[in-house]
Design a protein around this ligand. Structure first.
Ligand code: ATP
Length: 609
Protein backbone atom coordinates (compact mmCIF):
# COMPACT_ATOMS: atom_id res chain seq x y z
CA UNK A 1 0.00 0.00 0.00
CA UNK A 2 1.44 3.39 -0.88
CA UNK A 3 1.59 5.85 2.00
CA UNK A 4 0.30 9.41 1.60
CA UNK A 5 3.95 10.52 1.65
CA UNK A 6 4.64 8.62 -1.55
CA UNK A 7 1.77 10.36 -3.30
CA UNK A 8 3.19 13.82 -2.57
CA UNK A 9 4.66 15.21 -5.83
CA UNK A 10 8.45 15.35 -5.81
CA UNK A 11 8.49 19.14 -6.26
CA UNK A 12 6.33 19.78 -3.21
CA UNK A 13 8.98 19.55 -0.47
CA UNK A 14 11.57 21.78 -2.23
CA UNK A 15 8.84 24.33 -2.96
CA UNK A 16 7.65 24.29 0.67
CA UNK A 17 11.26 24.77 1.87
CA UNK A 18 11.71 27.61 -0.63
CA UNK A 19 8.56 29.40 0.59
CA UNK A 20 9.56 28.92 4.23
CA UNK A 21 12.99 30.37 3.43
CA UNK A 22 11.53 33.44 1.76
CA UNK A 23 9.69 34.29 4.99
CA UNK A 24 12.78 33.93 7.24
CA UNK A 25 13.49 37.67 7.84
CA UNK A 26 9.93 38.21 9.01
CA UNK A 27 10.43 35.72 11.87
CA UNK A 28 12.64 38.39 13.48
CA UNK A 29 15.89 36.85 12.27
CA UNK A 30 19.22 38.61 12.94
CA UNK A 31 20.23 40.78 9.91
CA UNK A 32 23.62 39.04 9.82
CA UNK A 33 21.80 35.75 9.26
CA UNK A 34 19.67 37.36 6.57
CA UNK A 35 22.87 38.45 4.80
CA UNK A 36 24.29 34.93 5.03
CA UNK A 37 21.08 33.45 3.63
CA UNK A 38 21.11 36.02 0.81
CA UNK A 39 24.64 34.92 -0.11
CA UNK A 40 23.60 31.26 0.10
CA UNK A 41 20.76 31.93 -2.38
CA UNK A 42 23.16 33.71 -4.75
CA UNK A 43 25.89 31.06 -4.56
CA UNK A 44 23.30 28.30 -4.95
CA UNK A 45 22.47 29.69 -8.41
CA UNK A 46 26.16 29.78 -9.26
CA UNK A 47 26.71 26.16 -8.14
CA UNK A 48 23.48 24.88 -9.75
CA UNK A 49 24.83 26.21 -13.06
CA UNK A 50 28.21 24.61 -12.39
CA UNK A 51 26.50 21.27 -11.77
CA UNK A 52 25.23 21.26 -15.35
CA UNK A 53 28.70 21.38 -16.87
CA UNK A 54 30.76 19.78 -14.11
CA UNK A 55 28.26 17.32 -12.63
CA UNK A 56 26.08 16.22 -15.53
CA UNK A 57 28.35 16.73 -18.53
CA UNK A 58 31.62 15.97 -16.69
CA UNK A 59 33.29 19.13 -18.03
CA UNK A 60 35.63 20.56 -15.40
CA UNK A 61 35.30 24.28 -16.05
CA UNK A 62 35.85 27.24 -13.72
CA UNK A 63 34.29 29.58 -16.28
CA UNK A 64 31.43 30.06 -13.81
CA UNK A 65 33.61 32.41 -11.74
CA UNK A 66 34.32 34.58 -14.79
CA UNK A 67 30.60 34.68 -15.68
CA UNK A 68 29.80 35.62 -12.08
CA UNK A 69 32.27 38.52 -12.38
CA UNK A 70 30.85 39.52 -15.74
CA UNK A 71 27.30 39.56 -14.33
CA UNK A 72 28.46 41.65 -11.37
CA UNK A 73 30.37 44.24 -13.42
CA UNK A 74 27.67 44.52 -16.10
CA UNK A 75 24.92 45.07 -13.53
CA UNK A 76 27.05 47.44 -11.45
CA UNK A 77 28.09 49.59 -14.42
CA UNK A 78 24.53 49.80 -15.77
CA UNK A 79 23.10 50.72 -12.35
CA UNK A 80 25.73 53.42 -11.91
CA UNK A 81 24.57 54.77 -15.26
CA UNK A 82 21.04 55.06 -13.98
CA UNK A 83 19.53 51.73 -15.01
CA UNK A 84 17.28 50.05 -12.46
CA UNK A 85 18.08 46.58 -11.17
CA UNK A 86 15.84 44.29 -13.25
CA UNK A 87 16.82 45.50 -16.76
CA UNK A 88 20.48 45.56 -15.62
CA UNK A 89 20.16 41.95 -14.50
CA UNK A 90 18.54 40.99 -17.81
CA UNK A 91 21.48 42.47 -19.76
CA UNK A 92 23.95 40.80 -17.38
CA UNK A 93 22.33 37.40 -17.88
CA UNK A 94 22.30 37.79 -21.67
CA UNK A 95 25.94 38.93 -21.69
CA UNK A 96 26.93 35.96 -19.53
CA UNK A 97 25.24 33.59 -21.97
CA UNK A 98 27.09 35.07 -24.95
CA UNK A 99 30.49 35.23 -23.22
CA UNK A 100 29.84 31.79 -21.68
CA UNK A 101 29.52 30.43 -25.20
CA UNK A 102 32.66 32.20 -26.43
CA UNK A 103 34.80 31.19 -23.46
CA UNK A 104 33.38 27.67 -23.62
CA UNK A 105 34.65 27.26 -27.20
CA UNK A 106 37.93 25.63 -26.12
CA UNK A 107 35.80 23.15 -24.21
CA UNK A 108 34.18 21.97 -27.44
CA UNK A 109 37.50 20.35 -28.31
CA UNK A 110 39.20 20.10 -24.93
CA UNK A 111 38.06 18.00 -22.01
CA UNK A 112 39.33 17.02 -18.57
CA UNK A 113 42.33 18.92 -17.25
CA UNK A 114 42.89 20.78 -20.52
CA UNK A 115 39.55 22.50 -20.12
CA UNK A 116 40.10 22.92 -16.38
CA UNK A 117 43.39 24.73 -16.99
CA UNK A 118 42.04 27.04 -19.72
CA UNK A 119 39.10 28.09 -17.57
CA UNK A 120 41.47 28.53 -14.61
CA UNK A 121 43.52 31.02 -16.66
CA UNK A 122 40.33 32.85 -17.51
CA UNK A 123 39.77 33.41 -13.78
CA UNK A 124 43.37 34.61 -13.35
CA UNK A 125 42.79 37.15 -16.12
CA UNK A 126 39.91 38.91 -14.34
CA UNK A 127 42.11 41.54 -12.54
CA UNK A 128 43.98 42.28 -15.80
CA UNK A 129 40.76 42.69 -17.74
CA UNK A 130 39.35 45.07 -15.12
CA UNK A 131 42.59 47.09 -15.35
CA UNK A 132 42.34 47.34 -19.12
CA UNK A 133 38.87 48.86 -18.60
CA UNK A 134 39.79 50.84 -15.47
CA UNK A 135 37.56 53.75 -16.41
CA UNK A 136 34.47 51.56 -16.45
CA UNK A 137 35.38 48.98 -13.78
CA UNK A 138 37.44 50.98 -11.30
CA UNK A 139 40.46 48.73 -11.98
CA UNK A 140 42.03 47.08 -8.96
CA UNK A 141 40.18 49.43 -6.57
CA UNK A 142 36.85 48.11 -7.77
CA UNK A 143 33.49 49.54 -8.63
CA UNK A 144 32.14 51.64 -5.79
CA UNK A 145 28.90 53.44 -5.01
CA UNK A 146 26.61 51.12 -6.94
CA UNK A 147 23.10 52.50 -6.24
CA UNK A 148 20.67 50.51 -4.08
CA UNK A 149 18.41 47.94 -5.73
CA UNK A 150 15.01 49.22 -6.81
CA UNK A 151 12.02 47.53 -8.43
CA UNK A 152 9.33 49.73 -10.01
CA UNK A 153 10.83 52.78 -8.31
CA UNK A 154 10.64 51.16 -4.88
CA UNK A 155 13.98 50.86 -3.06
CA UNK A 156 14.37 47.38 -1.56
CA UNK A 157 15.43 47.03 2.05
CA UNK A 158 17.71 44.15 3.09
CA UNK A 159 14.81 41.82 3.85
CA UNK A 160 13.04 42.52 0.57
CA UNK A 161 16.28 42.10 -1.33
CA UNK A 162 16.78 38.76 0.41
CA UNK A 163 13.26 37.69 -0.67
CA UNK A 164 14.06 38.65 -4.29
CA UNK A 165 17.26 36.56 -4.21
CA UNK A 166 15.48 33.56 -2.68
CA UNK A 167 12.65 33.73 -5.25
CA UNK A 168 15.28 33.92 -8.01
CA UNK A 169 17.01 30.88 -6.51
CA UNK A 170 13.75 28.87 -6.29
CA UNK A 171 12.87 29.71 -9.91
CA UNK A 172 16.38 28.93 -11.22
CA UNK A 173 16.53 25.64 -9.30
CA UNK A 174 13.05 24.60 -10.47
CA UNK A 175 13.78 25.36 -14.14
CA UNK A 176 17.19 23.68 -14.11
CA UNK A 177 15.72 20.68 -12.30
CA UNK A 178 13.13 20.29 -15.09
CA UNK A 179 15.86 20.52 -17.67
CA UNK A 180 18.17 18.03 -16.01
CA UNK A 181 15.39 15.48 -15.62
CA UNK A 182 14.67 15.64 -19.31
CA UNK A 183 16.30 14.07 -22.35
CA UNK A 184 18.72 17.03 -22.29
CA UNK A 185 20.01 16.07 -18.82
CA UNK A 186 20.28 12.44 -19.89
CA UNK A 187 22.09 13.47 -23.10
CA UNK A 188 24.69 15.19 -20.90
CA UNK A 189 25.01 11.99 -18.85
CA UNK A 190 25.58 10.02 -22.05
CA UNK A 191 28.17 12.59 -23.15
CA UNK A 192 29.99 12.34 -19.82
CA UNK A 193 30.05 8.53 -20.00
CA UNK A 194 31.19 8.36 -23.62
CA UNK A 195 31.33 11.04 -26.32
CA UNK A 196 31.59 8.20 -28.87
CA UNK A 197 28.32 6.73 -27.62
CA UNK A 198 26.68 10.18 -27.67
CA UNK A 199 27.70 10.79 -31.25
CA UNK A 200 26.64 7.30 -32.33
CA UNK A 201 23.17 8.08 -30.93
CA UNK A 202 22.96 11.02 -33.31
CA UNK A 203 23.78 13.69 -30.72
CA UNK A 204 25.85 16.62 -31.93
CA UNK A 205 28.31 16.70 -29.05
CA UNK A 206 29.72 20.14 -29.90
CA UNK A 207 26.24 21.63 -29.86
CA UNK A 208 25.39 19.77 -26.66
CA UNK A 209 28.49 21.10 -24.90
CA UNK A 210 27.86 24.62 -26.21
CA UNK A 211 24.29 24.52 -24.85
CA UNK A 212 25.59 23.26 -21.50
CA UNK A 213 28.11 26.14 -21.29
CA UNK A 214 25.50 28.75 -22.17
CA UNK A 215 22.84 27.41 -19.79
CA UNK A 216 25.30 27.12 -16.90
CA UNK A 217 26.49 30.72 -17.50
CA UNK A 218 23.02 32.24 -17.14
CA UNK A 219 22.51 31.65 -13.38
CA UNK A 220 26.15 32.69 -12.80
CA UNK A 221 25.49 36.03 -14.50
CA UNK A 222 22.28 36.49 -12.50
CA UNK A 223 24.08 35.62 -9.25
CA UNK A 224 26.85 38.12 -10.04
CA UNK A 225 24.29 40.84 -10.75
CA UNK A 226 22.60 40.19 -7.42
CA UNK A 227 25.82 40.15 -5.42
CA UNK A 228 26.76 43.65 -6.61
CA UNK A 229 23.29 44.88 -5.70
CA UNK A 230 23.76 43.41 -2.23
CA UNK A 231 27.11 45.03 -1.43
CA UNK A 232 26.97 48.10 -3.74
CA UNK A 233 30.64 47.38 -4.39
CA UNK A 234 32.81 44.85 -6.19
CA UNK A 235 36.50 44.43 -6.85
CA UNK A 236 38.59 41.81 -8.68
CA UNK A 237 39.47 40.31 -5.28
CA UNK A 238 35.89 38.98 -5.09
CA UNK A 239 36.50 36.68 -8.08
CA UNK A 240 39.57 34.67 -7.29
CA UNK A 241 40.59 31.04 -7.41
CA UNK A 242 39.28 30.78 -3.83
CA UNK A 243 35.77 31.34 -5.18
CA UNK A 244 36.43 28.64 -7.80
CA UNK A 245 37.44 26.17 -5.09
CA UNK A 246 34.42 27.20 -2.98
CA UNK A 247 31.93 26.44 -5.73
CA UNK A 248 33.57 23.15 -6.72
CA UNK A 249 33.65 22.10 -3.05
CA UNK A 250 29.98 23.05 -2.67
CA UNK A 251 29.12 21.14 -5.84
CA UNK A 252 30.89 17.97 -4.69
CA UNK A 253 29.63 18.23 -1.12
CA UNK A 254 26.03 18.86 -2.15
CA UNK A 255 26.07 16.33 -4.99
CA UNK A 256 27.26 17.57 -8.34
CA UNK A 257 24.64 15.51 -10.16
CA UNK A 258 21.78 17.18 -8.35
CA UNK A 259 20.39 20.65 -8.82
CA UNK A 260 18.96 20.69 -5.27
CA UNK A 261 22.35 19.54 -3.99
CA UNK A 262 23.78 22.97 -4.87
CA UNK A 263 21.76 24.53 -2.04
CA UNK A 264 22.88 21.99 0.56
CA UNK A 265 26.55 22.17 -0.47
CA UNK A 266 26.60 25.98 -0.38
CA UNK A 267 24.66 26.14 2.92
CA UNK A 268 27.01 23.73 4.71
CA UNK A 269 30.16 25.48 3.50
CA UNK A 270 28.95 29.05 4.11
CA UNK A 271 27.44 28.36 7.51
CA UNK A 272 30.27 25.99 8.48
CA UNK A 273 32.93 28.63 7.97
CA UNK A 274 30.96 31.68 9.06
CA UNK A 275 32.10 33.36 12.29
CA UNK A 276 35.40 31.45 12.33
CA UNK A 277 37.76 34.39 12.80
CA UNK A 278 40.79 32.74 11.27
CA UNK A 279 38.71 31.84 8.27
CA UNK A 280 39.43 34.89 6.11
CA UNK A 281 43.12 34.00 6.11
CA UNK A 282 42.72 30.29 5.53
CA UNK A 283 39.56 30.18 3.41
CA UNK A 284 41.26 28.41 0.49
CA UNK A 285 42.47 25.65 2.82
CA UNK A 286 39.03 25.34 4.40
CA UNK A 287 37.26 25.07 1.04
CA UNK A 288 39.86 22.57 -0.12
CA UNK A 289 39.15 20.54 3.01
CA UNK A 290 35.42 20.56 2.28
CA UNK A 291 36.22 19.45 -1.26
CA UNK A 292 38.26 16.49 -0.03
CA UNK A 293 35.72 15.55 2.66
CA UNK A 294 32.86 15.76 0.16
CA UNK A 295 34.76 13.65 -2.36
CA UNK A 296 35.82 11.02 0.16
CA UNK A 297 32.75 10.65 2.38
CA UNK A 298 29.80 11.58 0.21
CA UNK A 299 29.57 9.80 -3.07
CA UNK A 300 26.77 11.70 -4.86
CA UNK A 301 26.98 14.36 -2.12
CA UNK A 302 24.48 15.35 0.52
CA UNK A 303 21.63 15.18 -2.02
CA UNK A 304 22.48 11.54 -2.81
CA UNK A 305 22.77 10.75 0.89
CA UNK A 306 19.42 12.39 1.64
CA UNK A 307 17.75 10.49 -1.18
CA UNK A 308 19.16 7.19 0.01
CA UNK A 309 18.22 7.89 3.65
CA UNK A 310 14.73 8.95 2.70
CA UNK A 311 14.40 5.70 0.79
CA UNK A 312 12.67 7.72 -1.82
CA UNK A 313 13.98 8.74 -5.19
CA UNK A 314 12.95 12.01 -6.67
CA UNK A 315 15.08 12.48 -9.74
CA UNK A 316 15.40 10.55 -12.97
CA UNK A 317 18.00 8.46 -11.24
CA UNK A 318 15.73 8.22 -8.26
CA UNK A 319 13.33 6.06 -10.20
CA UNK A 320 16.04 3.43 -10.31
CA UNK A 321 15.43 0.33 -8.28
CA UNK A 322 18.37 -0.91 -6.18
CA UNK A 323 21.30 -1.75 -8.46
CA UNK A 324 20.78 -5.02 -10.21
CA UNK A 325 24.42 -5.92 -9.49
CA UNK A 326 25.18 -9.37 -10.76
CA UNK A 327 21.54 -10.17 -11.30
CA UNK A 328 21.39 -12.63 -14.16
CA UNK A 329 19.67 -11.73 -17.39
CA UNK A 330 16.11 -13.01 -17.43
CA UNK A 331 15.72 -16.00 -19.70
CA UNK A 332 14.38 -15.04 -23.05
CA UNK A 333 10.73 -15.82 -23.04
CA UNK A 334 9.54 -17.73 -26.06
CA UNK A 335 7.84 -15.01 -28.01
CA UNK A 336 5.46 -15.01 -30.85
CA UNK A 337 7.52 -13.84 -33.83
CA UNK A 338 7.84 -10.09 -33.51
CA UNK A 339 5.78 -8.73 -36.34
CA UNK A 340 6.80 -5.06 -36.06
CA UNK A 341 8.95 -4.61 -39.18
CA UNK A 342 12.44 -3.09 -39.06
CA UNK A 343 13.16 -0.85 -42.08
CA UNK A 344 16.52 -2.30 -43.18
CA UNK A 345 18.37 -0.72 -46.12
CA UNK A 346 21.12 -2.26 -48.28
CA UNK A 347 24.69 -1.38 -47.29
CA UNK A 348 27.44 -1.30 -49.87
CA UNK A 349 31.10 -0.88 -49.04
CA UNK A 350 33.39 -0.25 -52.02
CA UNK A 351 37.17 -0.30 -51.78
CA UNK A 352 37.33 1.02 -48.23
CA UNK A 353 40.90 1.73 -47.18
CA UNK A 354 42.20 3.17 -43.92
CA UNK A 355 45.82 3.95 -43.08
CA UNK A 356 46.90 5.09 -39.61
CA UNK A 357 50.24 6.74 -40.30
CA UNK A 358 52.31 3.73 -41.45
CA UNK A 359 49.74 1.13 -40.35
CA UNK A 360 47.47 -0.14 -43.14
CA UNK A 361 44.49 -1.15 -41.02
CA UNK A 362 42.15 -1.77 -43.98
CA UNK A 363 42.99 -2.23 -47.64
CA UNK A 364 40.53 -1.99 -50.50
CA UNK A 365 37.71 -3.91 -48.79
CA UNK A 366 34.34 -4.29 -50.52
CA UNK A 367 31.36 -5.96 -48.86
CA UNK A 368 27.55 -5.80 -49.03
CA UNK A 369 24.83 -6.35 -46.42
CA UNK A 370 21.18 -6.81 -47.33
CA UNK A 371 17.92 -6.19 -45.46
CA UNK A 372 16.49 -9.31 -43.85
CA UNK A 373 19.95 -10.86 -43.58
CA UNK A 374 22.75 -11.20 -41.06
CA UNK A 375 26.10 -10.44 -42.65
CA UNK A 376 29.15 -11.27 -40.55
CA UNK A 377 32.74 -10.13 -40.51
CA UNK A 378 35.26 -12.49 -38.98
CA UNK A 379 39.03 -12.51 -38.82
CA UNK A 380 41.94 -12.65 -36.39
CA UNK A 381 42.61 -9.88 -33.87
CA UNK A 382 43.81 -6.74 -35.60
CA UNK A 383 42.49 -7.78 -39.01
CA UNK A 384 40.48 -4.55 -39.35
CA UNK A 385 36.92 -5.54 -38.40
CA UNK A 386 36.29 -2.71 -35.91
CA UNK A 387 38.05 -0.27 -38.21
CA UNK A 388 35.53 -1.18 -40.90
CA UNK A 389 32.61 -0.57 -38.50
CA UNK A 390 34.15 2.75 -37.45
CA UNK A 391 34.50 3.81 -41.07
CA UNK A 392 30.87 2.95 -41.80
CA UNK A 393 29.63 4.76 -38.70
CA UNK A 394 31.69 7.87 -39.45
CA UNK A 395 34.06 7.66 -36.47
CA UNK A 396 36.98 7.38 -38.91
CA UNK A 397 37.38 9.09 -42.27
CA UNK A 398 38.42 6.69 -45.01
CA UNK A 399 41.77 7.03 -46.79
CA UNK A 400 39.98 5.78 -49.91
CA UNK A 401 36.72 4.12 -50.91
CA UNK A 402 33.19 4.65 -49.66
CA UNK A 403 30.25 3.13 -47.83
CA UNK A 404 26.68 3.79 -48.99
CA UNK A 405 23.33 3.01 -47.42
CA UNK A 406 20.49 2.70 -49.91
CA UNK A 407 22.78 4.48 -52.37
CA UNK A 408 23.48 7.43 -50.06
CA UNK A 409 27.10 8.04 -49.10
CA UNK A 410 27.86 7.49 -45.39
CA UNK A 411 31.63 7.52 -45.17
CA UNK A 412 33.24 10.87 -44.53
CA UNK A 413 30.11 12.34 -42.92
CA UNK A 414 30.21 13.30 -39.21
CA UNK A 415 29.21 10.32 -37.05
CA UNK A 416 26.11 11.97 -35.56
CA UNK A 417 24.76 12.57 -39.08
CA UNK A 418 25.51 8.96 -40.04
CA UNK A 419 23.56 7.88 -36.93
CA UNK A 420 20.66 10.16 -37.88
CA UNK A 421 20.67 8.56 -41.33
CA UNK A 422 19.73 5.33 -39.54
CA UNK A 423 22.97 3.59 -38.59
CA UNK A 424 22.92 2.17 -35.05
CA UNK A 425 25.65 0.23 -33.32
CA UNK A 426 26.76 -1.62 -30.22
CA UNK A 427 30.27 -1.63 -28.74
CA UNK A 428 32.85 -4.28 -27.85
CA UNK A 429 32.53 -3.12 -24.23
CA UNK A 430 28.87 -2.25 -23.63
CA UNK A 431 28.44 1.42 -22.70
CA UNK A 432 25.49 2.18 -20.44
CA UNK A 433 25.67 5.49 -18.55
CA UNK A 434 25.28 5.73 -14.76
CA UNK A 435 22.18 7.24 -13.23
CA UNK A 436 19.79 6.07 -15.93
CA UNK A 437 17.19 3.34 -15.91
CA UNK A 438 17.32 0.69 -18.62
CA UNK A 439 14.26 2.31 -20.18
CA UNK A 440 15.96 5.72 -20.26
CA UNK A 441 19.19 4.24 -21.64
CA UNK A 442 17.27 2.58 -24.47
CA UNK A 443 15.11 5.68 -25.06
CA UNK A 444 18.31 7.72 -25.49
CA UNK A 445 18.46 6.29 -29.03
CA UNK A 446 15.50 8.58 -29.82
CA UNK A 447 16.85 11.83 -28.37
CA UNK A 448 18.09 13.08 -31.73
CA UNK A 449 14.89 11.98 -33.48
CA UNK A 450 12.19 13.10 -31.02
CA UNK A 451 13.90 16.27 -29.86
CA UNK A 452 12.10 19.31 -28.45
CA UNK A 453 13.41 22.80 -27.71
CA UNK A 454 15.03 23.66 -24.39
CA UNK A 455 12.23 26.13 -23.61
CA UNK A 456 9.61 23.40 -24.20
CA UNK A 457 11.54 21.10 -21.89
CA UNK A 458 12.15 23.63 -19.12
CA UNK A 459 8.52 24.71 -19.06
CA UNK A 460 7.27 21.12 -19.42
CA UNK A 461 4.96 22.03 -22.28
CA UNK A 462 2.67 19.34 -23.78
CA UNK A 463 5.07 18.78 -26.73
CA UNK A 464 7.71 17.70 -24.23
CA UNK A 465 5.42 15.10 -22.67
CA UNK A 466 4.39 13.85 -26.14
CA UNK A 467 8.07 13.37 -27.09
CA UNK A 468 8.71 11.55 -23.79
CA UNK A 469 5.78 9.21 -24.46
CA UNK A 470 6.94 8.47 -28.00
CA UNK A 471 10.49 7.68 -26.81
CA UNK A 472 9.20 5.50 -24.02
CA UNK A 473 6.92 3.51 -26.33
CA UNK A 474 9.80 2.90 -28.77
CA UNK A 475 12.10 1.87 -25.92
CA UNK A 476 9.56 -0.59 -24.49
CA UNK A 477 8.99 -2.09 -27.92
CA UNK A 478 12.77 -2.54 -28.40
CA UNK A 479 13.16 -4.07 -24.94
CA UNK A 480 10.33 -6.47 -25.75
CA UNK A 481 12.15 -7.57 -28.90
CA UNK A 482 15.24 -8.57 -26.93
CA UNK A 483 13.27 -10.12 -24.06
CA UNK A 484 14.36 -7.52 -21.48
CA UNK A 485 11.11 -5.70 -20.79
CA UNK A 486 11.27 -6.77 -17.14
CA UNK A 487 14.49 -4.81 -16.73
CA UNK A 488 12.96 -1.46 -17.78
CA UNK A 489 13.14 0.13 -14.31
CA UNK A 490 16.53 -1.27 -13.32
CA UNK A 491 19.73 0.74 -13.02
CA UNK A 492 21.27 0.33 -16.49
CA UNK A 493 24.87 0.53 -15.30
CA UNK A 494 24.33 -2.21 -12.69
CA UNK A 495 23.23 -4.97 -15.07
CA UNK A 496 25.07 -8.25 -15.53
CA UNK A 497 27.02 -8.55 -18.80
CA UNK A 498 24.45 -10.74 -20.60
CA UNK A 499 21.69 -8.21 -19.91
CA UNK A 500 23.93 -5.27 -20.79
CA UNK A 501 24.63 -6.73 -24.21
CA UNK A 502 20.95 -7.32 -24.92
CA UNK A 503 20.01 -3.85 -23.65
CA UNK A 504 22.62 -2.40 -26.03
CA UNK A 505 20.96 -4.25 -28.88
CA UNK A 506 17.60 -2.87 -27.71
CA UNK A 507 19.06 0.65 -27.74
CA UNK A 508 20.33 0.10 -31.26
CA UNK A 509 16.84 -1.05 -32.30
CA UNK A 510 14.92 1.74 -30.55
CA UNK A 511 15.85 4.31 -33.18
CA UNK A 512 14.23 2.16 -35.90
CA UNK A 513 17.58 1.84 -37.70
CA UNK A 514 18.19 1.06 -41.35
CA UNK A 515 21.48 -0.65 -40.49
CA UNK A 516 22.59 -2.28 -37.24
CA UNK A 517 26.30 -2.75 -36.52
CA UNK A 518 27.04 -5.28 -33.76
CA UNK A 519 30.64 -5.28 -32.50
CA UNK A 520 31.46 -8.60 -30.76
CA UNK A 521 28.10 -8.83 -28.96
CA UNK A 522 28.75 -12.39 -27.69
CA UNK A 523 32.09 -11.60 -26.07
CA UNK A 524 32.13 -12.71 -22.41
CA UNK A 525 28.73 -14.45 -22.55
CA UNK A 526 28.08 -18.05 -21.48
CA UNK A 527 26.67 -20.62 -23.86
CA UNK A 528 23.03 -20.05 -22.88
CA UNK A 529 23.37 -16.29 -23.23
CA UNK A 530 25.02 -16.66 -26.64
CA UNK A 531 22.09 -18.81 -27.79
CA UNK A 532 19.62 -16.17 -26.63
CA UNK A 533 21.55 -13.40 -28.30
CA UNK A 534 21.76 -15.39 -31.52
CA UNK A 535 18.01 -15.83 -31.38
CA UNK A 536 17.53 -12.07 -30.97
CA UNK A 537 19.82 -11.35 -33.93
CA UNK A 538 17.93 -13.78 -36.16
CA UNK A 539 14.62 -12.20 -35.13
CA UNK A 540 15.95 -8.74 -36.00
CA UNK A 541 16.91 -9.92 -39.48
CA UNK A 542 13.62 -11.81 -39.85
CA UNK A 543 11.80 -8.52 -39.13
CA UNK A 544 13.61 -6.91 -42.07
CA UNK A 545 16.69 -5.45 -40.35
CA UNK A 546 20.07 -5.18 -42.05
CA UNK A 547 22.56 -6.62 -39.56
CA UNK A 548 26.35 -6.39 -39.86
CA UNK A 549 27.90 -8.56 -37.17
CA UNK A 550 31.54 -8.60 -36.05
CA UNK A 551 32.14 -11.65 -33.89
CA UNK A 552 34.86 -14.07 -32.76
CA UNK A 553 32.44 -16.84 -31.75
CA UNK A 554 32.56 -18.73 -35.03
CA UNK A 555 29.84 -21.23 -34.09
CA UNK A 556 27.46 -18.41 -33.37
CA UNK A 557 28.45 -16.64 -36.59
CA UNK A 558 27.72 -19.80 -38.59
CA UNK A 559 24.36 -20.29 -36.92
CA UNK A 560 23.04 -16.77 -37.52
CA UNK A 561 24.70 -15.58 -40.73
CA UNK A 562 23.50 -15.52 -44.30
CA UNK A 563 26.84 -14.23 -45.58
CA UNK A 564 30.28 -14.25 -43.98
CA UNK A 565 33.27 -12.12 -44.95
CA UNK A 566 36.72 -13.13 -43.67
CA UNK A 567 39.32 -10.43 -43.15
CA UNK A 568 43.04 -10.92 -42.64
CA UNK A 569 45.58 -8.13 -42.13
CA UNK A 570 43.11 -5.57 -43.42
CA UNK A 571 42.32 -7.48 -46.64
CA UNK A 572 39.35 -9.56 -47.66
CA UNK A 573 40.38 -13.21 -47.58
CA UNK A 574 37.11 -14.92 -48.48
CA UNK A 575 33.35 -14.54 -48.61
CA UNK A 576 30.45 -16.96 -48.75
CA UNK A 577 27.68 -18.73 -46.88
CA UNK A 578 28.55 -20.37 -43.54
CA UNK A 579 28.89 -23.74 -45.33
CA UNK A 580 31.22 -22.34 -47.98
CA UNK A 581 33.39 -20.60 -45.40
CA UNK A 582 33.65 -23.75 -43.26
CA UNK A 583 34.77 -25.72 -46.33
CA UNK A 584 37.20 -23.07 -47.57
CA UNK A 585 40.78 -24.42 -47.32
CA UNK A 586 42.47 -21.00 -47.24
CA UNK A 587 40.20 -19.83 -44.42
CA UNK A 588 40.72 -23.11 -42.56
CA UNK A 589 44.50 -22.73 -42.69
CA UNK A 590 44.88 -19.03 -42.05
CA UNK A 591 42.03 -18.28 -39.62
CA UNK A 592 39.95 -21.17 -38.34
CA UNK A 593 43.01 -23.19 -37.28
CA UNK A 594 43.94 -20.34 -34.91
CA UNK A 595 40.64 -20.35 -33.03
CA UNK A 596 40.78 -21.83 -29.51
CA UNK A 597 37.71 -24.05 -30.10
CA UNK A 598 38.65 -25.06 -33.65
CA UNK A 599 37.98 -28.74 -32.94
CA UNK A 600 34.33 -27.98 -32.09
CA UNK A 601 33.61 -26.09 -35.26
CA UNK A 602 30.73 -27.27 -37.33
CA UNK A 603 28.42 -27.73 -34.36
CA UNK A 604 26.35 -24.61 -34.77
CA UNK A 605 24.38 -23.42 -31.79
CA UNK A 606 20.64 -23.26 -32.01
CA UNK A 607 19.18 -19.94 -32.95
CA UNK A 608 15.45 -19.45 -33.00
CA UNK A 609 13.97 -17.66 -35.93
N1 ATP B 1 42.80 4.72 -33.92
C1 ATP B 1 43.80 3.93 -34.35
N2 ATP B 1 45.05 4.41 -34.47
C2 ATP B 1 46.07 3.63 -34.90
N3 ATP B 1 45.91 2.34 -35.27
C3 ATP B 1 44.67 1.80 -35.17
C4 ATP B 1 43.55 2.56 -34.71
N4 ATP B 1 42.45 1.76 -34.71
C5 ATP B 1 42.86 0.55 -35.15
N5 ATP B 1 44.19 0.58 -35.43
C6 ATP B 1 44.99 -0.51 -35.95
O1 ATP B 1 44.31 -1.04 -37.06
C7 ATP B 1 44.46 -2.44 -37.08
C8 ATP B 1 43.09 -3.09 -37.14
O2 ATP B 1 42.48 -2.90 -35.84
P1 ATP B 1 40.98 -3.30 -35.56
O3 ATP B 1 40.67 -2.89 -34.17
O4 ATP B 1 40.12 -2.81 -36.64
O5 ATP B 1 41.06 -4.90 -35.64
P2 ATP B 1 39.95 -5.95 -35.23
O6 ATP B 1 39.91 -6.95 -36.31
O7 ATP B 1 38.69 -5.28 -34.88
O8 ATP B 1 40.63 -6.56 -33.93
P3 ATP B 1 39.89 -7.21 -32.63
O9 ATP B 1 39.26 -8.47 -33.09
O10 ATP B 1 41.03 -7.43 -31.69
O11 ATP B 1 38.94 -6.20 -32.15
C9 ATP B 1 45.27 -2.83 -35.87
O12 ATP B 1 46.61 -2.98 -36.26
C10 ATP B 1 45.11 -1.67 -34.95
O13 ATP B 1 46.23 -1.50 -34.13
Amino acid sequence: MTSWLERVPSWFLPLAIGLALIAVPWYGTDPLWVRQLTLIAIYTMLVAGLNITFGYAGLLSLGQVAMFALGAYTTGILMIHGWSMLPSLAVAVAASGVIGLITGLPGLRLGGWGLGMTSFFLVLLIPDITQIFTKQTGGLFGLTAVPPATIGGHQLDKNEFYAVCTIAMVVVVALLRNLMRSSFGNSLRVLRRSPVLATSLGLNIHLLKAKAFVISSLPAGLGGGLVVSLDHYIAPTSFTLTLGVLIIAASVLGGSESIYGAFFGVAVIRLGTWQVTAFEKYSLVAYGLFLVLGGVFFSQGIAGLAERKAGRWHSARSRLKPPAGTRAAPRLRTQAPNVMPIPGSPLEVRGLTKHFQGNQALNDVSIAALPGQVTSLVGPNGSGKTTLLNLISGLYRPTAGEATLAGERLSGRPPHLVARRGVARTFQTPVLPDGMTVLEAVASARYAKDSVSIATTILRLPANRAAERSREAAARQALRRVGCEDLADQDASGLALGSRRRVEVARALAGNPHLILLDEPASGLDEGEVEELASVIRQVAAAGGTVLLVEHNFNMVCSVSDQIYVLESGRLLAQGTPDEIQRNQVVAESYLGQLPDADQLGAPIRAGE
